[in-house]
Design a binder for this molecule. Sequence first.
Ligand SMILES: [Zn+2]
Length: 524
Amino acid sequence: MVTSADLALMDGNILTMNASQPYAEAVAIKDGRILKVGTNDAVSQLIGENTKIIHLKGKTVVPGFIDAHIHVADFGRLLGWLDLAAMASIQEMQLTLKKRVESTPKGKWIIGKGWDQTRFAEQRLPTRFDLDVASPENPVIFYHKLGQMCVVNSKALELAGVTKQTTKPAEGSIAKDTATGELTGILQGTAMNLVWKAIPEPSEEELAEAVALACGKIVKVGITSVHWIVLSAAELAVMQRLLAQNKLPMRVYLIIPATFIDNVADFKVNDNLSLRIGGVMITVDGYLASKTAALFQPYNNGSESGIMLCTRDEIVTVASRILKMNLQPVLHAMGDRAVDAALTAIEQMSEEPLRKLERIRIEHAAVLNKELIDRMKKLGVVVSVQPLVIASEFSAWSALENLGVERARWLYPLKTLLENGIRVIGGSDCPMEPLNPLMGIQAAVLREVFPEENVTVEEALRMYTVDAAYAAGEENFKGSIETGKLADLTVLSHDPRRVHPTAIANIAVQMTIVGGKIICSKIT
Ligand SMILES: [Zn+2]
């Protein structure tokens, strides 16, 4: 007897990401796995009475996207924030706030972001008094679009205990009216934390709601698996709960902080393919944007050269423990000095026998040089990058100025890494950057500064599919469209290789399939 498929996708342009059969017309799916990949004729043999048939009419199918670096909980929490980017006046912002107050329980915080006073009809900064009119009872904090400044209302100042007498923290300022000496509600730099600290952590209920909202957005853009960077223990509880309630639509590979490893023994999931703890993050240095990424030579125009958050010996100790637990060490290292320490630690470990060192992952690996690249290649490390972050480092952060041309040339040299056989994987870093993987792919293909480091569309697709699966040790069941693998597929309106590169980000995701189940669809 011939088995019949549960689902058959016919008449498609299928990019399998499987080198031995790169293209196909049709896919048959059974019990959540791929049953057959081939011609329409071959797949139609598997169509039975109960097979659901989808006619793709030439649409493109790719393996479900894997976002290799995303902060899902933060993303969910941000979705509850008011978007103030379109506000053309303080008055409009007041009306928006008033409306939100009406649907918010008394006393609950209201958070927003994105305002820009240069767009305001009033041509001035907003004040706490402006916000008080709209929200006398609910504390409010509204961030400026650049994130270095915020305006808060009087209730927020009261709850945070910030008064005229409060001394301003280093690298921060608390604005006062020059005439009256009263606080205006504008806080800058580190002074913003005085109020941020006063906002209570969300309850498990609230967090679960926020995460569920984020998951809905994630599958809509064609992502079927995420490498979720965990920041709080509450996230672990929420995930288990959502999985039990069948509310986790995509697959999750968790990357937890090293400080959590003693507390995860009771993290139990019955379905390892949907959710598991995979990686453990060791944070070696800080970030370029705050000039805390550790460099060998100081940043230009200054004497700072970043900070190391752990020593090479500490990396060796912790990474060895992680490997013993059969988990993957994930080393956050941005500056060349941090990458060097990470590599030296791995080299030191490789002298010990029986260590499974391959696929140790370096997160970001931003500032490199030829010598570091050679060593990365020898060790078989995986480099995890976020193409939209790369674009921001060159534009918003002015990498050319801050690093100098010579060093900036080796900032995220993706093409060079690939030419050296190093596996590079792609993520969004959402909510810091937009979620859509097609935007990430476009950014990797169309880099403006040092375009010699642009990758091809096929290479960029690999970063978000097969290679991301390899990075999590999941290449045997994920990342390409092959018989026997999980039926995680994304249907696109257009073939990213066939549109103009500037149009890749505009390609529409028409269907997301996880484990053979259609999670969302625009195909009628
Ligand atoms: Zn991140």
